[in-house]
Design a protein around this ligand. Structure first.
Ligand code: ADP
Ligand code: NA
Length: 350
């Protein structure tokens, strides 16, 4: 079996928000206690939707600072940015030749981001999941913590690994580089693991504070729709106070949230921040009005996020330190990545 290894990435575009934190980064921190982890600022991915950026380098440092401020230990684990390890692009090319175009056209993120003028989207936007599969499989990672929105891309990563393992099964066996693994009920053999997503908990999909039908997103034009990791205490409180809700009190049972997306979202945020279940939040606040719950949520959010924001600012100020972390992480990542690529080139016959 493969040794457990965690990989995940975050794009260096726009402000990190509470959805990124609860859906992804907070899980990164929790997983580092039990496994080896590799966390990547995926700067190459940021070119897919928009080629020219004013400050990609600063954005990369800022995400790195957020990782470190949230508690990721760059000595025990690897923190780096994607473009420093060119093997990501090399394996992505190979996966472009493994994956089928139809698989890519089916991705809802591609459909959303490409919009109506699909023929005018970058080829990179279409191939995005192939680069994501390369990010993960270059390290033969077994577990990938992400928000719910990345589920479909992870399924594609599994499909790519499976097709590669199948298409090259004879060569993999001849070279003796296959690993036996359990996938559901089946025992299969392959060079690449069939990666498990780590999705779930009360905060796997945080919604906009202004519209419970849209996910909280960096690209929402309304700043009131999201809580940024860098927001100060007053801003956090104001955004929660102004969050859209309905006039009912909170229910005491989880079923009572069923058709109340805004209420469910705020309860999920509370649960994620407090590390308890939504049921437990309702045990405490069921029957209460939002005039009581919102201030409690604001206090909790400030308590949890303000220390991260100030630590982030401190770390961002020490540019030499951030650059040193990325350089060291890049060197360590590259050593693993090149080992994988040597074998992949052998398997393919390059
Ligand atoms: P974004 O989706 O905000 O542009 P990324 O694509 O870089 O940012 O995503 C970084 C991580 O944050 C991914 O694991 C993604 O699934 C997670 N994530 C993004 N938005 C949300 C959200 N609203 N709720 C939960 N997780 C989210
Ligand atoms: Na995303």
């Amino acid at each position: 079996a493969f040794k457990p290894l965690v990989f995940s990435g975050v794009q260096p575009t726009g402000n990190l928000h509470l959805g990124n934190y609860l859906g992804a980064i907070k899980k990164f921190v929790a997983l580092q206690e039990q496994s080896d982890c590799i966390y990547c600022v995926v700067d190459l991915h940021s070119l897919t939707a928009q080629l020219v950026h004013q400050d990609l380098g600063d954005q990369t440092r800022s995400i790195t600072a957020a990782f470190l401020a949230s508690g990721i230990d760059p000595k025990k684990h690897i923190v780096f940015n994607q473009s420093r390890v060119m093997q990501h692009a090399e394996l992505a090319w190979i996966f472009n030749c493994v994956a089928r175009i139809g698989w890519m056209y089916r991705m809802t993120q591609f459909k959303d981001k490409a919009g109506k003028d699909r023929e005018n989207a970058s080829l990179g936007l279409l191939a995005y999941p192939s680069l994501m599969a390369a990010d993960i499989l270059l390290y033969r990672a077994t577990h990938v913590p992400v928000g719910e929105d990345q589920k479909q891309h992870l399924e594609l990563t599994r499909d790519i690994a499976q097709k590669f393992n199948n298409d090259f099964s004879e060569k993999i066996a001849a070279l003796g580089v296959g690993v036996e693994m359990q996938v559901g009920e089946e025992t299969v053999n392959g060079y690449f693991p069939i990666t498990e997503p780590v999705i779930g908990g009360p905060a796997a999909r945080i919604m906009s504070l202004r519209d419970g039908s849209k996910k909280m997103s960096k690209s929402d034009p309304s700043d009131l729709s999201r809580i940024n990791l860098t927001d100060d205490a007053d801003t956090i409180s104001k955004k929660i106070r102004k969050a859209k809700t309905d006039p009912e009190a909170l229910p005491s049972e989880i079923d009572g949230l069923a058709s109340r997306p805004e209420a469910e979202n705020l309860v999920g945020i509370y649960a994620g921040l407090a590390e308890i279940s939504k049921e437990d939040v309702l045990k405490e606040y069921g029957g209460q009005q939002f005039s009581v719950f919102k201030p409690a949520l604001a206090d909790l959010a400030v308590e949890k996020l303000a220390p991260i924001a100030s630590e982030m600012r401190r770390i961002e100020g020490d540019r030499a330190y951030v650059d040193a972390v990325l350089k060291d992480g890049g060197d360590r990542a590259r050593a693993i990545a090149e080992g994988t690529m040597k074998t992949v080139r052998d398997i393919i016959g390059l």
